[in-house]
Design a protein. Structure first.
Ligand code: PLP
Length: 397
């Protein structure tokens, strides 16, 4: 008879096989057992033929990776602790001292901050291109360019680029392109199958937003189609020791089946509110790719079609220049349902005022001058959100 301390750990009971339920089990591990030394020596960690160590995956993370790869139209997927970690992993994997990286001027801010900070410090030169001018991208590519970032729609100002043309330009130049596909969520368009069958090389996604859907998980993914590129990224991922918690993975697996429904609802609400704002005299400009006249609207329509469920629940307004920043702050403070907070894709509508001047190389010619506020729509009733905007506009004075 073993000591109880030992039998609490080493117990012969094995539950029957064949348990089947809608939601997969949560397998958490650092240590993974091997039946013998030969298995320990021969087991491969780089593909999904077995298990070696928690950092390299458990059945739970394998399942999410496979589902995300399918969603995005890719083949392989890596999970990382945040959307920003996905951006950083791609940069660290593909760039070396002396290289150049091209980033659209409306890219997610921390992508640019990483480039201005660590990447510059390591001798990598970032260059910023106009997302609405493919020729500017073409001109910016040099023999030193190793990576081009793409984003559709762009962060905060939501310009929609001519993505197929941007990809064609990268292909012609023989440069890898990586898309921040958080806005499209794998639902608005197929990043790996753009017009003409060409697609991006890498799609990164902040799972923090729509896939998690609850404002309570941070995670990112890196999806590829090319096995060699995947292995290159996977080696960097391993060397950086990037892991994700399996309870978080399970939360995303749980939310994924309803993502398309939620995304369509976020989209529907955003379009109703954006159109309502367009008719209000307080706003000089409303930015949403589905609005005629919004920068890049035609590109969005060509790639995504106009139907609901093909745009994220984000729109921005630029207040008429007669309203100062303090008045716009008062408007944001007066909102009751739209809560002040970063991120998007969860059930709660959010609002953030931005200092656009400090975020762009120069004030884009296609944008009116004024204070910009970005809204992300949650899953509340659109009538209540509209009433909230209306009552807060009264605070402008
Ligand atoms: C377009 C875009 N990409 C990436 C990220 C980063 O995601 P995370 O917050 O998970 O780091 C964000 C977050 O706001 C984002 O808006």
């Amino acid at each position: 008879m073993q000591d109880k301390r030992t039998s609490l750990i080493h117990h012969p009971y094995v539950p029957p096989e064949g348990f089947a339920a809608p939601q997969p089990g949560v397998f958490r591990a650092s240590t993974v057992f091997f039946p013998n030394v030969a298995a320990m020596r021969s087991r491969e960690w780089k593909d999904k033929t077995g298990y070696t160590y928690g950092l390299h995956g458990t059945p739970t993370s394998y399942m999410l990776e496979e589902r995300l790869a399918t969603l995005e139209g890719g083949v392989q997927c890596l999970l990382v602790p945040s959307g920003l970690a996905a951006i950083a992993t791609v940069a660290l994997s593909l760039l070396q001292s002396g290289d150049e990286v091209l980033i659209p001027d409306n890219a997610y801010g921390p992508n640019k901050a990483l480039a201005q900070g660590e990447l510059k410090g390591w001798g990598i030169t970032p260059r910023y291109y106009d997302p609405l001018d493919p020729q500017d991208l073409a001109r910016s590519i040099s023999p030193k360019t190793r990576l081009v970032w793409l984003e559709a729609a762009g962060s905060v100002t939501l310009e929609f680029p001519d993505l197929p043309e941007q990809v064609r330009i990268c292909r012609r130049a023989g440069v890898l392109c990586a898309l921040d596909n958080t806005w499209g969520a794998g639902l608005a368009f197929n990043a790996f199958d753009l017009e003409g069958g060409q697609g991006v090389d890498i799609s990164i996604h902040a799972l923090t937003k729509y896939p998690s859907g609850g404002c309570d998980v941070l995670m990112g993914s890196i999806v590829t189609r090319d096995p060699q590129l995947h292995i290159r990224l996977k080696l960097t991922h391993m060397r950086l020791g990037l892991g994700v918690g399996m309870n978080d993975v399970e939360a995303v697996l749980r939310a994924l089946p309803s993502m398309a429904l939620r995304y369509r609802e976020h989209d529907r609400t955003a379009r109703v509110l954006a159109r309502w704002c367009q008719a209000r005299p307080e706003f000089a400009q409303v930015l949403h790719p589905a609005l005629t006249g919004s920068p890049g609207h035609a590109h969005w329509q060509a790639l995504c079609g106009a139907q609901e469920g093909r745009a994220a629940g984000l729109f921005s307004v630029i207040f008429d220049a007669r309203y100062g920043a303090a008045q716009v702050d008062a408007f944001c403070d007066a909102l009751r349902l739209f809560r002040l907070g970063y991120s998007w894709g969860g059930p709660i509508s959010l609002v953030v005022p931005y200092e656009l001047a400090g975020m762009r190389q120069s004030w884009p010619a296609h944008l009116a001058r004024g204070t910009l506020v970005r809204f992300s729509t949650g899953l509340e009733a659109v009538e209540d959100l509209q009433a909230d905007l209306q009552q807060a506009l009264a605070a402008l004075g």
